[in-house]
Design a binder for this molecule. Structure first.
Ligand SMILES: [Zn+2]
Length: 355
């Protein structure tokens, strides 16, 4: 069933891999039948390649249905009548369950493609809502506008020419609950090392939370030690490399450093099957961790070469000397400019600290 991929990872389900790499939305796959059925279901979202959908994990247990990352809400994730829950209901009914059977909704991180579908799902089912403790802290910081940011951008200090950054508001300066986050607080917040069963999630799903900050400050993976499965969400992806430092708020520290530490931490699961947030299930986590680290270090190397040549270069000019897909010129004149500058600052710190 498995097909070897030239990147050193091995996709588990041929059809899922073929669809995902052809830019189609893969059909659901059944990952395990050990103590209930564990399914991985792609929810469509706006995006290209493997980012055309987000992988939602659905466990059909004796005492209920647990959904990890409900997925995107709206657009192609809805049925023709605009009902966002109908596709999940159809999926469950084909397997002898129904929407009302959903007892728990678990979210790996507060991004619209993962948590976006949660609010409506919680409303329709009355399920319990579980989010990481640290991620909930970023949600609270966004709500109150009290981000603790080591990479707040001072336009003069970074050497940006007058006026160029005025067009786009600094994204983290916005105060208020992001619209894709459920208004209700989680019924349980999940700490690093917690078992989901400790939070009332059906006993068959003894998943352990693994805190892997970097993509967002409170990003969680879930390890299923019995079935040797790792829900890696957006920490490690096949085909593409995750963005870093993209929380709804910042809690301080250097997300690039955190991200690299998280990659090392996942070594414990190198022989597990990986269920990523986008793309397809695979084995070969060690190889993918290595490639991902190399990608980050390549970027650090680029920053390091510019700094060797000119240690005093401003952040603005440093950013302009790095390689950006699409080019710096168009990036510098887009709302993404803030994220690019912040990333440049994070990488510069990493290099200056001698990583
Ligand atoms: Zn994602």
């Amino acid at each position: 069933m498995a097909v070897r991929d030239d990147s050193g990872i091995t996709p588990i389900f041929r059809a899922q891999h073929q669809a995902a790499t052809a830019g189609k939305v893969p059909a659901p796959v059944r990952v395990s039948t050990d103590d209930g059925e564990l399914w991985v279901r792609a929810v469509p979202m706006p995006g290209a390649g493997v980012m055309n959908s987000v992988l939602s994990t659905v466990h059909l247990g004796d005492r209920g249905v647990t959904v990890v990352d409900p997925g995107w809400a709206g657009g192609k994730a809805q049925d023709a009548a605009g009902n966002v829950l109908r596709p999940l209901d159809d999926f469950l009914r084909e397997r002898g369950r129904r929407l009302e059977d959903v007892t728990d909704v678990v979210v790996t991180h507060a991004h619209p493609d993962h948590v976006g579908g949660a609010a409506e799902m919680l409303r329709a089912t009355g399920a319990r809502y579980h989010l990481g403790t640290v991620e909930q802290r970023t949600v609270d910081a966004a709500r109150t506008g009290r981000s603790q940011d080591d990479y707040a951008v001072d336009r003069h200090a970074i050497g940006a020419p007058d006026g160029v950054l005025d067009k786009y508001p600094f994204p983290l300066a916005k105060k208020g609950l992001p619209p894709f986050i459920p208004r209700q607080r989680p019924d349980a917040t999940v700490e690093d090392g917690d078992l989901l069963t400790d939070h009332g999630v059906t006993a068959e799903l003894g998943w352990r939370a693994v805190l892997t900050p970097g993509h967002t400050p409170g990003h969680l993976c879930f390890a299923d030690d019995r079935r040797k499965l790792l829900v890696a969400a957006d920490h490690v992806l096949p085909e593409i490399f995750p963005g870093i430092g993209l929380g709804v708020a910042s809690l301080g520290g250097n997300p690039v450093k955190d991200y690299l530490a998280g990659l090392d931490r996942l070594a414990e699961f190198d022989d597990y099957t990986v269920i990523p947030g986008h793309g397809y299930c695979f084995t070969g986590l060690a190889a993918r961790r290595r490639e991902t680290r190399e990608h980050v270090m390549e970027r650090a190397g680029e920053v390091s070469r510019v700094l060797e040549w000119n240690p005093e270069i401003s952040v603005w000019r440093l950013a302009g000397r790095l390689t950006w897909s699409g080019g710096w010129e168009s990036l510098a004149d887009s709302p993404m400019v803030w994220s690019a500058i912040r990333q440049t600052m994070m990488y510069r710190d990493l290099v200056l600290e001698g990583a």
